[in-house]
Design a protein around this ligand. Sequence first.
Ligand SMILES: Cc1cc2nc3c(=O)[nH]c(=O)nc-3n(C[C@H](O)[C@H](O)[C@H](O)COP(=O)(O)OP(=O)(O)OC[C@H]3O[C@@H](n4cnc5c(N)ncnc54)[C@H](O)[C@@H]3O)c2cc1C
Length: 454
Amino acid sequence: MLDFNLSPELLDLRQKAREFARNELLPIAWQYDQRDEYPRDIIAKADAAGLANVGIPKEHGGMGYGYLEGVILTEEFAAACPGLATSLFDNSLGMEPLILCANASLKTKYLSRILNEGKHIAFATSEPTMGSDVAGMRCTAKRDGEGYILNGTKYWVTNGGVADYISIFATVDPEKAHEGICAFVVEKAWDGVRAGRPIPKLGQRTSNTTAINLKNVRVPEENMMASPGEGFVLAMQTFARTRAAIGAFAVGTARSAMEFAIDYTKKRRAFGSKIGNFQAIQFKIAEMYQKIETSRLLVWKAAWEADKGLDPNISASVAKMYATEAAFEVVDEALQIMGGYGYTRFFPAEKLLRDARLFRVYEGTSEIQRIILAGHAMNSYQPVMPPLENLALENLSDRSGTATDEPGGAAWRCRICGYVHLGEEKPEECPYCFFPSEAFKKVDVAQTFDKKKE
Ligand SMILES: Cc1cc2nc3c(=O)[nH]c(=O)nc-3n(C[C@H](O)[C@H](O)[C@H](O)COP(=O)(O)OP(=O)(O)OC[C@H]3O[C@@H](n4cnc5c(N)ncnc54)[C@H](O)[C@@H]3O)c2cc1C
């Protein structure tokens, strides 16, 4: 049974998030963006409002919200400021491998600190020399007595400068590729851990992004989330659950861009009319609306699958790829509708455009989503239609030019052009493409006729 209605509880949660986004995030977004600064207290405010860290399981004292709640909150935050939404969501990203891992005492220790002491946790797979190729990481974890020694640099760590803990992925041996990867919770305060300067960015400037350098950092065994070989799987399981949220960022951002654009079309005049009266402008709005609705459904589906305990990997890739690409198109059209003013910093489209551009890069680029989806569609997806060569038999009488209702007998199909020849012997050459008899493959006519009868 399928139901697209949000429950009264979800509607309340969405309303609460909407009010928080309008009252707390929107008023500060542009000034922090211009200053290239992250408002440090924003997570604490969201936390106090019951809108952050919502995914901490109930057995660890949290609210135990699902992924659907997460994407609903995220859409609202991103509608006010995509950068602040990234900052708020980052705790969920940093926590996800901890929640998914099997180390119960580690969860108890750190989830309760995040919940009760307002601690921040970041997530780090990427490095200066790799991002997409997670198995190619070089940050090393060497066994040393009861623990591990970490060396290397993680890059692009969202909240790297403000987080108290980091979910660090490292390798016991770079030569082992994905089989060498393990994961740890590392405390920023430990000896040898340093955060770099905030990386200056095109957009999402209200989020903090830094490197994390690890120099002979001693990590006790009890801080291990995934042992060597399991870390890669843990990272992929994390992305499969968090990519829907990137889609939700895109939905919220696109929604605001569309709303601002609609507002503008009702006020701006050209050629003696409000521009909203021009059908060319109305069609742009229609396309924006269609893309936003489609994106939201895909995001909700991926989140729903994760909540149901299904593998959300493919749906999350579809949602992330579609929604993030659609959002950029929507924001770009919103800017176009605002004409020259859209290109200025007095109007919101330029910030949304800069912010939205990141969605296609982090948590797996659009190219990586295409690799995942192509792999699935071409190797794992179960087709409903018969293979092409059998399809030719379904239309046997038309294709052969020798109409027959009789089952049985031999038939030969030209592998090149698809022509089907009826008869015990294959022809010397194909009468259509002139390939010689070797191009013909015997096909089972009886089986096809039997299937047709079923
Ligand atoms: C603002 C920001 C915040 C981030 N936050 C985090 C974070 O919190 N934690 C974290 O771990 N990482 C984070 N990242 C890193 C992000 O996930 C990576 O930037 C992203 O995965 C791409 O990696 P890369 O930049 O190394 O590009 P590369 O992997 O070097 O790729 C470069 C280009 O080549 C393409 N490409 C790569 N391989 C293939 C292939 N096989 N086929 C076709 N095309 C390919 C890519 O799609 C891309 O277009 C963040 C990045 C940014 C910009």
